[in-house]
Design a protein. Structure first.
Length: 210
């Protein structure tokens, strides 16, 4: 199964992608994680992307598509994959189609803006492995410490309230039109946000028929 997860920043795409990845035994390809790794390593692409991400703006298409094409060519993607964070715009989606990147379904997680703002203020990200937690809905076993690698949990600059609001404006302007793009191709499924991660997962299973 080849999936794209759509939804506003903070909608829970990364968390649900991890769950689906385990259940379907296919990798999650998160552009956010790839780019953050490049930023941490100080690569040319990372330095280029850093200013865009911290300002809540979109990373240029040529950077994103190039990274994705390289990743999908790896052997673990042969039986399917989950794309989290790409495409972000219709031109990106068209570029992906034109270079042969296929999907079976685009799944959109629907969450109201104010819920997003409240949720992201409680998000914590591991400095080392980029795993995400939430102080209310998905807390780590030990406060401030990653469950998976023991790294320090921090508040990312792009999770600050003013940056989140800027990112939501970008989402509604640039990314939300993708729902119509994939609906026209018969590939869109939508799921309303639920009170818990588990309930949202259950709705996703129903939407995907798994």
């Amino acid at each position: 199964m080849k999936l794209i997860l759509l939804g506003a920043p903070g909608a829970g795409k990364g968390t649900q992608a991890e769950i689906l990845s385990r259940e379907l035994q296919i990798p999650t390809i998160s552009t956010g994680n790839i780019l953050r790794a490049a930023i941490k390593a100080g690569t040319p692409v990372g330095l280029q992307a850093k200013s865009y991400i911290e300002a809540g703006q979109l990373v240029p298409d040529d950077v994103i598509i190039g990274i994705i094409r390289e990743r999908l060519a790896e052997s673990d993607c042969a039986n399917g994959y989950i794309l989290d964070g790409v495409p972000r715009t219709i031109p990106q989606a068209e570029a992906m189609e034109s270079c042969g990147i296929e999907i079976d379904c685009a799944l959109s997680i629907e969450v109201e803006d104010q819920v997003i703002i409240d949720r992201m203020s409680g998000r914590r990200t591991c400095k080392d492995c980029s795993s995400t937690f939430h102080i209310v809905s998905n807390p780590p076993r030990q406060e401030g410490v990653c469950d998976f690698c023991g790294g320090e949990l921090t508040i990312r600059k792009d999770d600050a309230p003013e940056t989140v609001k800027a990112r939501l404006v970008v989402y509604h302007t640039e990314t939300e039109p993708l729902k119509a793009f994939y609906a026209a191709r018969g590939k869109l499924r939508t799921v309303d946000n639920q009170p818990t991660i588990e309930a949202t997962t259950a709705e996703i299973r129903k939407a995907l028929g798994i």
